[in-house]
Design a protein around this ligand. Structure first.
Ligand code: MG
Length: 283
């Protein structure tokens, strides 16, 4: 994998198959390159078939368009972010009914990522109880240990997406899992959207665990327990000058991966303006 520049700008790109997105790996990788970018995170939909043909198609497409993939991001079938309570019931490893199948799916995704030379696996693990005496806390801790150990077999890290809990709760969970390759993908907008605290303070709290970041923006929820609204980069409450400044202060040199969770022409335009904004800030 080619070495990246410090704070190289990248983008999250999804496999086809859902959300009306039927593009091939070659088309998707060519769109990333058309942004003038050469790195990113490959997000895999929950129903995407992890076949040898798909693996080969991605290998060929990423190579042809010169895209370095730093992370494989897992979505799981049945997840919904419709409201915060629905999110808590459906996302990640937390829902009991799908826990075992999502654990197995994760192992398959980790193997898929390793075959593509991708050094990190990540997802939203879900809304883990904050009660360390709850048996489900222990069950989730043990499950994340197994995911980390599977990643370690390939020399990979496992990164948890931030936002679903305050930073100090996340730090405690990381300490309890107690695995060297357990990391954080820090998403400043999620801290705002979930009402989980100021993103810059949160970054200070979890700084030693950050392996990758999302450059996403959002505005604060109208009331506690409701969603905030994702916005184009620079138009929300993150404060990107402050965020990039803080990343430099903590010595973060990894990629700046733009995440814009809409589709179509508006997504393309917002990604292009995010690239321009970040080019001005990364220095
Ligand atoms: Mg994110």
């Amino acid at each position: 994998m080619p070495a990246l520049e410090p704070l190289q700008i990248g983008v999250v790109f999804w496999t086809g198959g859902e959300l009306g997105e039927t593009a091939t790996p070659d088309e998707i990788a060519s769109r990333v390159a058309a942004f003038g970018l050469s790195c990113g995170q490959l997000a895999v939909h929950g129903t995407y078939e992890l076949s040898p043909a798909h693996l080969e198609a991605w290998r060929t497409a990423l190579d042809k368009h010169g895209i370095t993939t730093v992370t494989l991001v897992a979505g799981f079938a049945g997840e919904s972010y419709e409201t915060i309570p629905v999110c808590a019931q459906t996302v990640g490893y937390v829902p009991p009914a799908t826990r075992a199948e999502r654990e197995q799916r994760s192992y398959d995704l980790i193997d898929f990522a390793a075959s593509l030379g991708i050094p990190s696996f990540m997802n939203h693990i879900g809304c883990v109880t904050h009660d360390r005496n709850d048996p489900d806390y222990t069950a989730m801790r043990d499950l994340i240990r197994r995911i980390c150990d599977k990643c370690a077999e390939h020399g990979m890290t496992f990164a948890m997406e931030t936002g679903q809990e305050p930073a100090d709760v996340l730090n405690q969970f990381i300490a309890d899992v107690d695995r060297q390759n357990l990391k954080v993908n820090f998403d400043p907008a999620n801290m705002i959207l979930y009402g989980s605290g100021d993103p810059i303070d949160a970054l200070e709290t979890v700084k030693e665990h950050v392996v990758t970041v999302h450059c996403k923006d959002g505005s604060l929820p109208p009331a506690a327990g409701e969603w905030g609204t994702e916005t184009p980069l620079g138009q929300g409450d993150v404060g990107f000058e402050r965020f990039i400044g803080k990343l430099k202060e903590i010595g973060y040199t990894g990629p700046l991966t733009i995440e814009r969770e809409i589709t179509g022409d508006a997504q393309r335009e917002d990604i292009l303006s995010a690239v321009r904004l970040l080019e001005g800030l990364r220095g």
